[in-house]
Design a protein. Structure first.
Length: 365
């Protein structure tokens, strides 16, 4: 007896038509092998099935126990190869599809909420000088190229790993790209390799074994076409049950008729405080005319309506974007102009050796 069509469909989807021994994509040149043979009591079930290429299948069947040569692949080893293959291609599906939701389905997506859960930056120095509390609204602003989204991806990564649930409103970037950035950052895998489909087996193994993989259930992504107006964002904050909502970025938010920027932020502040939801808002500043110090300033906003209602305001500045000969191209300055006892307070994030170091310095201006 062969495997039923339902079993064949299930295992072929789970392995992505890859051989579970050699790992190659083989398309139609694939066979389903009984791990425990029918003659020995093996059943025609998915648990007793392993997809193999022609060569792999032939090698397993060619072993002669009466004239042993080499080392037989045992049932336990076959199951191990199969489960490893399934896990890898299951992760690929999770990166691309699973967290994406429609806005109208966000009601109650997260339950059993613990409002005492601490929100973290993921950078020790920031935890000391600029703590975040449930219900705070946080503005992260800067010029194009200041790594605002990458900065938020790290914060999201750290929070979903610690148990906080996050709804990410993907207004600027596609949900798949956002998930690749967040997951890649958590496993130290180049996100571009994930997005372009050129991640290696080693990359997928790192992703599958990283803490972020086990916590993907804490991340939900809302695509831009589900966020047609600002009221939908407010509904997500009120109904999703998430500890954190990210709006990336506010430049693409379409305000409802009759709403001003200031009026929207009044409503945002109220609904965030009411639901104890921390909201991060990303905003891209227009590049000013050339000046001696190109660090972003509050006067770069169109008006004070864009920042005065926020609990925390951070301006991001990437020196290498403006300063020729900058030694560390990864250096990023976080200028905290609201939300700490002493403002402005500057924190520099530096990654010369691939790790992120954080230290504080007094503002010299």
């Amino acid at each position: 007896m062969g495997f039923p069509i339902s079993v064949a469909d299930e295992v072929l989807v789970r392995c992505g038509r890859h051989c579970c021994l050699c790992g190659k994509y083989v398309g139609q040149k694939i066979e389903l092998h009984h791990i425990k043979q029918a003659a020995d009591g093996g059943e025609d079930t998915a648990d007793n099935c392993i997809p193999l290429c022609f060569d792999g299948h032939a090698e397993i069947k060619a072993y002669n126990p009466h004239h042993p040569k080499g080392r037989k692949i045992t049932e336990k080893e076959l199951r191990g190869h199969r489960d490893k293959c399934y896990e890898k291609y299951s992760l690929k599906n999770k990166v691309s599809d699973e967290p994406i939701l429609k806005a109208e389905k966000t009601k109650g997506i997260f339950s059993h909420r613990d409002i005492t859960q601490q929100i973290c930056w993921g950078y020790p120095e920031q935890e000391k000088v600029c703590p975040i509390f449930p219900g705070n609204i946080v503005l992260v602003a800067g010029y194009t190229g200041a790594k605002k989204s990458a900065y938020l991806h790290h914060i999201v990564n750290q929070n979903i790993r610690s148990g906080n649930r996050v709804v990410y409103c993907c207004i600027k970037d596609k949900p798949f790209d956002v998930s690749a950035e967040i997951i890649g950052e958590g496993a130290n895998v180049n996100a571009e390799c994930i997005k372009r489909g050129i991640a290696t087996d080693e990359d997928w193994e790192k992703l599958a074994s990283s803490p972020i993989y086990a916590n993907l259930k804490n991340l939900a992504l809302i695509p831009y076409d589900e966020l047609s107006n600002s009221n939908k964002i407010l509904n997500i904050i009120e109904n999703s049950g998430a500890e954190i909502v990210v709006i990336d970025d506010f430049n693409g938010v379409l305000l409802d008729d009759g709403d001003s920027v200031e009026h929207f932020f009044y409503k945002l502040r109220n609904v965030a405080a009411k639901n104890k939801t921390t909201v991060f808002v990303v905003y891209t500043l227009n590049m000013p005319k050339q000046r001696v110090d190109m660090r972003p300033m509050l006067r770069d906003f169109p008006s004070d309506s864009y920042y005065r209602l926020f609990d925390i305001v951070q301006l991001l500045y990437k020196p290498s974007f403006f300063v020729s000969g900058e030694v560390n191209e990864e250096r990023l300055e976080i200028i905290i102009v609201k939300g700490t006892l002493k403002v402005p307070y500057v924190i520099e994030l530096s990654a010369p050796d691939g790790t992120i170091g954080v230290y504080a310095k007094k503002d010299e201006n």
